[in-house]
Design a protein around this ligand. Structure first.
Ligand code: AMP
Length: 379
């Protein structure tokens, strides 16, 4: 078995490596997956990769990163270190990234040597809110009303068009509610809000009076095949995901519409891997896309214990050119994040029946830091 995998591998990956990938894009078990980023998403991807017989090599600047704890292979270097990126790319067979704020330059350098899946288009579109909104508009996917606000003088005219309440969000590096400020009413101080997001280019977005928030994760393979996880409902606390409930309590037609939106986006991005699309369901039954992430998503953690294929295994299958797995749910579930000091609850949670605890190996519990999650399964 070992010998046949080794020879399979030598056929799939030409020595020296090339971004052009023969063998239908297939990267066989026994090969090495390079992961840009060392957080919990990389950790859980590496664990799923190991289950399918792959090695993982982490590239990240941090010491003792959650992902580095589960594989012996880490390159610890900055995302601008071209020599380190080149050596890393030469030593792996296929590359993915576990967060969308990886500098595009790192994907350009490594992508010239080995396939990076998903590719640059998905990365660059999702890390820039203006590009992301324009992408949704081009694809006929509805969003909340928005305007680009590249400097402070542009804020007041944009607000006059959008109306209050509204949110300003930095174009780049925003996640978990970071880089956002609310403009509630007439008394809101525009210059204070502008300063609070760092005076950087922003978008202004109308507040949506939503009924609920949902998300859809779709996988797309090297051959263009897609498989969708069903929509889930997400509740946030202080801008950070708190719970995900599956199934989402929405009608079947609405669920199919949400899935179709995510599939359309993945196809338009020519994405290979996973795409998570967060959406609002409005009180009058419309779906508006909020944002997207071309990677495993916190709202997909339930799949580890209640779906036939976890989102992490699905990512591995997609980027390695294997057939996509069955994404269907075999039990209802509620995922709850343990943020910051919530981690102190773990001794009680580990004894709870029908509950699966996933700890990320982080030693310092800072406020707002995702430390672990639990999946409570209802059979
Ligand atoms: P984001 O970082 O853009 O995903 O925002 C984090 C959370 O803030 C979202 O999941 C919503 O709960 C809330 N939020 C963001 N944008 C809006 C909006 N336009 N209207 C209402 N709530 C929003």
């Amino acid at each position: 078995m070992k010998a046949s995998m080794a020879s399979d591998r030598s056929i799939a990956i030409p020595p020296g490596g090339s971004a052009a990938n023969p063998n239908g894009g297939r990267v066989a078990p026994g090969s090495t997956i390079g992961i840009l980023g060392g957080g919990q998403l990389g950790r859980m991807t590496a664990l799923a990769a190991a289950q399918l017989g792959y090695r993982s090599h982490i590239f990240c600047p941090d010491d003792d990163a959650p992902a580095s704890q589960v594989t012996p292979l880490t390159t610890r270097a900055g995302y601008d270190d071209e020599a380190a990126l080149t050596r890393f790319a030469q030593s792996v067979d296929v590359i993915t990234f576990e967060f969308e704020n990886i500098p595009a330059g790192a994907v350009r350098v490594t992508g010239a040597i080995k396939p990076v899946r998903p590719g640059l288009k998905a990365l660059e579109t999702s890390q820039d809110r203006v590009a992301e909104k324009r992408f949704f508009e081009r694809e006929g996917i509805a969003t909340a009303p928005w305007r680009p606000v590249m400097d402070f003088p542009a804020l007041a005219p944009a607000l006059a068009q959008i109306g209050r309440p509204a949110l300003i969000k930095t174009v780049r590096m925003g996640y978990d509610g970071k880089g956002q400020a609310r403009l509630k009413d007439e008394s809101a101080d525009l210059s204070a809000a502008w300063r609070s997001v760092g005076g950087k280019p922003c978008i202004l977005e109308g507040m949506v009076d939503f009924e609920r928030e949902i998300s859809v994760i779709v996988a797309r393979g090297v051959d263009g095949a897609t498989r969708c996880y069903e929509p889930v409902e997400n509740r946030h606390k202080d801008g950070i995901l708190d719970t995900t409930t599956v199934p989402a309590p929405i009608s079947a037609p609405l669920a199919r519409e949400a899935e179709a939106m995510a599939i359309r986006a993945a196809q338009a991005l020519d994405l290979v891997g996973l795409l998570a699309v967060e959406m609002f369901v409005t009180r009058d039954g419309r779906i508006l896309a909020s944002e997207m992430a071309p990677r495993p998503h916190n709202s997909g953690h339930w799949t580890m214990d209640a779906a036939n294929t976890s989102q992490f295994e699905q990512l591995v299958r997609a980027i390695c050119g294997l057939p996509l797995g069955d994404p269907s749910r075999f039990a209802d579930a509620v995922m709850t994040n343990l943020i910051g000091d919530d981690i102190a609850q773990w001794p009680a949670l580990i004894t709870e029946p029908n509950t699966h605890l996933h700890l990320y190996g982080k030693t310092e519990a800072r406020p707002g830091r995702k430390m672990a999650h639990v999946n409570r399964i209802k059979r």
